[in-house]
Design a protein around this ligand. Structure first.
Ligand code: PLP
Length: 399
């Protein structure tokens, strides 16, 4: 840190900023890079991004768009051919008709999340969200002024929620329920019976919207189908679907995602887009079309590779002293319990990085219910996963 020579200016920052959280994975990544810069060898199982390069036809479509002169603003919700391609993709995968006019293309999956939370969140409102879950849910709920109400996930139910627990948490102030399957950080998936029970229980409350974060929709393992909430007729009219290109097509840095909104919410999502980012980078939108309508071979190859790595990680983690790992069903994370090591999650994260050179993320970075766990991203090569878990063994055997 550089010492400031002058006194800091007395800015009066909005109070809401003090309620904004962060994503520890980015801090771990920065620290890992710092250590690497000093010559240390770091094996990175921290940040969750595919270690693949997008298929060539996707990059070519962006280059062509730039050469063709696509340098200007586009319509705020996204160019029509892209929204049509998204609608056709969803129809093909889930067997549901989707109106392209309900789709709002945004710079990454996170933006649909932010729009949904800001649309419903204010003082006095309650928003339910998975805990442990993607940290930005709780962060933005608090920022909005709403009260975050954590939904418990159960390892013995494949890290699904239990419908009766969720329904018991609903009050007159509940406005939005956030669900995420396949899930970060657990690799879990929603149990079908629990989803049906939740849908039944919600019939009495048509005013409650559901944000279904399906960013890992193409990454479910062992032939287990991913069921979109859009394809659940009882929920369809209240679902805001979040998906995008980041994980499916290894395009995290392109910042391309979309939301499918109930008709009444489309103008609000569009207005938020106009106010905040105008539109998504035009060339990226053309690449997005190529990704959706082009060959899907790489998507299948990546899913198979992630399943293979899941098997390696799951098997080896369960051989570590004090560690128990439920089998992830999707996404590219393992979320083992480390309670048997005697270390709390944060200490485990720090010691693994500083002493063993393995970047992981403490379970508490995903909410209080993540204590006793760490998250490992399995979006790394099998040899990195194996070597990292060997190093963990060295540390945990003496912890
Ligand atoms: N939702 C979940 C559950 C995620 O894990 C992530 C990224 O890690 C996102 C949304 C955000 O995706 P994007 O990078 O497209 O903004």
């Amino acid at each position: 840190m550089t010492a400031s020579t002058a006194a800091d200016p007395p800015f009066r920052i909005a109070a809401a900023l003090s309620r904004l959280g962060t994503e520890t994975a980015f801090e771990v990544l920065a620290r890992a890079h710092q250590l690497e810069a000093t010559g240390r060898s770091i094996l990175n199982l921290g940040i969750g991004q595919p270690d693949f390069t997008p298929a060539a036809h996707i990059t070519e479509a962006a280059v062509k768009a730039l050469r063709d002169g696509q340098h200007g603003y586009t319509p705020s919700p996204g160019i029509l051919p892209l929204r049509e391609a998204v609608a056709a993709d969803l129809n093909g995968r889930h067997g549901v008709p989707v109106d392209p006019d309900h789709i709002v293309v945004v710079p990454g999956g996170k933006v649909t999340m932010a729009f949904a939370i800001l649309m419903f969140g204010e003082a006095g409102a309650e928003i339910l969200y998975p805990n442990p879950g993607f940290p930005i849910y709780e962060s933005l709920i608090r920022f909005s002024g709403a009260t975050p109400v954590p939904i418990r996930l159960h390892a013995d139910l494949g890290f699904s929620f239990r419908a009766e627990e969720v329904l018991a948490q609903i009050t007159p102030a509940t406005r939005l329920i956030i669900l995420n399957s396949p899930g970060n950080p657990t690799g879990g998936m929603t149990d079908d019976a629990e989803l049906s029970a939740l849908a039944d229980g919600l019939t009495a409350r048509p005013d409650i919207a559901i944000l279904s974060d399906e960013i890992y929709s193409r990454l479910s393992f062992d032939g287990r189908p991913h069921r979109s909430l859009l394809a659940t007729p009882a929920l369809r009219d209240r679902v805001i679907l979040l998906d995008g290109w980041s994980k499916t097509y290894a395009m995290t840095g392109w910042r391309l995602g979309y939301g499918v909104w109930p008709r009444a919410l489309v103008p609000h999502a569009t207005r938020l887009s106009v106010n905040i980012h105008s539109c998504v980078n035009a060339a990226a939108q053309y690449a997005g079309i190529a990704a959706l309508i082009g060959p899907q071979t790489q998507v299948a190859e990546m899913a198979a590779a992630f399943q293979h790595r899941r098997d390696i990680a799951h098997d080896r983690l369960n051989r570590l002293p004090g560690v128990v790992c439920a089998k992830p069903r999707g996404a590219f994370y393992a979320f083992p319990s480390i309670t048997g090591t005697g270390l709390d999650a944060r200490t485990c994260q720090t010691r693994l990085l500083e002493e063993a050179g393995v970047a992981t993320v403490a379970g508490t970075s995903f909410g209080a219910a993540g204590e006793g766990h760490i998250r490992l991203s399995t979006a790394a090569s099998p040899s990195v996963i194996e070597r990292a878990i060997d190093r963990m063994h060295g540390l945990l055997a003496t912890a």
